[in-house]
Write a protein that binds this ligand. Structure first.
Ligand code: ADE
Length: 231
């Protein structure tokens, strides 16, 4: 899978993309993640990519020209399944959307900055808008990083234990049960006996009960949620 990220501050993504699972996925060929600096596409002397908004509101707005040039260049080279714009005024991101995106071949994520982007970019280029939550970030980079991470970890080859992504919280609309590791007794804080029993059927049942209990307590809304796993 290939993800192209268009950003006004590409340095923000450097460390995040070049460590841990995302780094390994890129090294072993599971994913290609390319960050482009939008200033490189600006056709003006000062490489500006923003301008004052019409109508006199405050803040700056990202201009059409650099975004159009970047997207036109990329889409000439290959077909993109989605061109995504992370923005707070959009439907909220969820695991089922990550599942869908992980089945695609090529996507572009356009990071907004300043007060927003010219609406015509959204009208003419963007195929999907995503909010990562009801709060406002300085720019789209953190949202792009979150979306990228959630997709890449689902790709076969990204995580060494392939089943572990499938047992994540949310994959079945349940939060994950608690997990424990050695030692079995730490200063008297004991691991639940059942996990030491070796009886996998009972352990599966216990995990399911714990997941249900936790979901009821913390996120009861998930239990009345009949979302598809893919959307
Ligand atoms: N950009 C700024 N805030 C955002 C949010 N909550 N979700 C996605 N993109 C954003």
């Amino acid at each position: 899978m290939r993800i192209d990220i268009l950003s006004a501050v590409p340095e923000l993504l450097d460390s995040f993309l070049n460590h841990s699972i995302l780094q390994r996925a890129q090294k072993n060929g599971t994913a290609q993640i390319i960050v482009h600096d939008l200033h490189d596409f600006a056709e003006n002397k000062h490489r500006r990519i923003d301008d004052y908004p019409y109508g006199g509101t405050s803040g700056m707005v990202m201009t059409l020209q650099p975004v159009e040039k970047a997207i036109t260049q990329l889409t000439k080279e290959r077909h993109y399944d989605e061109i995504i714009f992370p923005t707070p005024d959009a439907p909220t991101y969820r695991q089922s959307i990550a599942n869908t995106l992980s089945t695609l071949e090529n996507i572009i994520i356009l990071c907004g900055h300043y007060k927003g982007i010219d609406q015509r970019i959204r009208n003419h280029f963007i195929t999907r808008e995503i909010s990562i939550g009801d709060y406002v970030l300085t720019g789209g980079e953190l949202a792009a990083a979150i979306i990228t991470d959630s997709i890449i970890r689902l790709l076969p080859g990204a995580i060494s234990d392939e089943t572990s992504a499938l047992t994540d919280s949310f994959q079945d609309n349940l939060l994950s049960p608690p997990v424990y590791t050695r030692p079995a007794d730490y200063h008297g804080w004991k691991v639940p006996e059942i996990l030491l029993s070796g009886n996998h059927k009972d352990i599966d049942e216990w995990n399911m009960q714990q997941a249900l209990k936790k979901t009821k307590q913390i996120r009861p809304d998930l239990l009345s949620n009949d979302d598809a796993v893919i959307e």
